[in-house]
Design a binder for this molecule. Structure first.
Ligand code: HEC
Ligand code: HEC
Length: 372
């Protein structure tokens, strides 16, 4: 990735705008691919990353992200399963890919990826603790492979291989200029396609939830939200796993846990990647940022509402050899705490403070194509 000196940013943006206008003029003949000038300009992500995405690559990545022509039958784009209004997750248990073939897991939100994939994929720290990369099972060996997986995965977008994709993208008029700008002198290939998707998806940051603002001292949570916060942090220790104060959601937590959804998991989770039986049924501890927008829940979308999720922790945690120690007593029996009905509602109220309304309204991340 290229680092851009700050001083050039304004000039860069103006240049981009100019280019965009030329580009729109050139593509007006094809209705389905008109990209309005004011939407194609993608600003740079803001702090806290002391780090600047390549703006041209992110602009290109945004177009690729929303382009259905990246699928075999021009029916599915990344955004079909990662919808901005839903924090880039989907509201289906399993999302339909090309030909309506369903995914095997529930779609995940895309937000604050920078940092959550440092190290690129499942790995262990010095004490052997498993740290999560991308996806429910933490796979995602490196960013370019991870981001091309859905495209070449037959269920999701149906493209047979990178060469086919390269050829397809190369044949679409509007990409010539976008690639020339983002990768001067380089070819359209798997690397440049995935690097742009990387720049775009990693520029999707969320730091403006009500909880963020309250932690910064800018707003106060309502009395009920505060009660829910105390239940979440202290009484039921949800935060021992879900670290909602952290943008990625698991700064100091291990990254994976088995929460007793099944005594016999249909989807083996982390074990499928690590090949160790003590990882059976472990899934990435999801960030709960924007969780009110991302129903249904869990890796298999089994719960339709947050209430159902909390009822799981209250009474449905089943015994499993790998059940996380935080969910069982010293006798090894699942804890199943007596969460009252009103407490369930207070926790749901608190989870509502994790919604970032600016993320879902941010034009930089919106569909650059005119909606037909
Ligand atoms: C047909 C639906 C579908 C399409 C199309 C799709 N995804 Fe996904 N995406 C998913 C599902 C399902 C998961 C979780 C998969 C898993 O854990 O095995 C996921 C997970 C991800 C993740 C991991 C997020 C995290 O926090 O770990 C990223 C990043 C991602 N997708 C990016 C993309 C990009 C980029 C595209 C387009 C090239 C794309 N997706 C297309 C359904 C889809
Ligand atoms: C031992 C660690 C751990 C604890 C403690 C824990 N969770 Fe979870 N939570 C997880 C994991 C792992 C998942 C994903 C499991 C899966 O999909 O198989 C999850 C999933 C969720 C989800 C669904 C998120 C999504 O995007 O699908 C919600 C909501 C949630 N937990 C809330 C809570 C609440 C509320 C508490 C406290 C009562 C709590 N969790 C306690 C580890 C934990």
């Amino acid at each position: 990735m290229k680092m851009l000196p700050l001083i050039n940013l304004v000039a860069l943006k103006n240049y981009l705008l100019l280019l965009t206008i030329t580009f729109i003029a050139a593509s007006c003949s094809n209705d389905s691919s008109i990209i309005p000038e004011n939407q194609l300009v993608l600003n740079l992500p803001e702090k806290p990353f002391d780090y600047i995405m390549d703006n041209d690559q992110a602009v290109l990545g945004r177009v690729l992200f929303y382009d259905k022509q990246l699928s075999i039958n021009n029916g599915v784009s990344c955004a079909s399963c990662h919808k901005q209004a839903l924090a880039f997750a989907d509201n289906k248990q399993f999302s339909p890919g090309f030909d309506n073939r369903p995914t095997e897991r529930n779609s995940m939100p895309i937000q604050n990826l920078l940092g959550s994939d440092i190290g690129f994929g499942f790995r262990q720290d010095m004490s052997g603790v498993s740290l999560a990369g991308l996806f429910w099972d933490g796979r995602g060996i490196n960013h370019s492979e991870a981001l091309l997986l859905p495209v070449i995965n037959h269920v999701e977008m149906g493209i047979p291989n990178i060469d086919y994709l390269t050829e397809k993208v190369s044949s679409i008029d509007y990409y010539d200029e976008l690639f020339a700008k983002a990768f001067p002198g380089q070819q359209i290939d798997g690397f440049t396609i995935s690097s742009s998707l990387f720049s775009f998806t990693h520029s999707i940051t969320s730091f403006n939830t009500k909880l963020d603002k309250s932690l910064r001292g800018d707003v106060e949570l309502s009395p009920n939200e505060k009660l829910g916060q105390a239940l979440f942090f202290t009484k039921y220790e949800c935060n021992s796993c879900h670290q909602v104060q952290d943008p990625q959601g698991y700064l100091f937590a291990g990254g994976f846990a088995n929460i007793g959804l099944e005594s016999n998991y249909a989807d083996s989770g982390l074990e499928g990647i690590s090949d160790r039986s003590f990882d059976n049924g472990k899934f990435k501890i999801p960030s709960l940022r924007n969780v009110a927008l991302t129903a249904p829940y869990m890796h298999d979308g089994r719960f339709a509402s947050l209430q159902e999720v909390i009822l799981h922790y209250k009474s449905e945690v089943v015994d499993h050899p790998n059940l996380d120690h935080r969910l069982k007593g010293s006798d090894g029996v699942p804890l199943r705490p007596e969460i009252t009905e009103s407490e369930v509602q207070l926790i749901v109220d608190f989870l509502g403070t994790l919604t970032d309304h600016s993320l879902i309204a941010d034009e930089r991340f919106s569909n650059p194509f005119v909606v037909e």
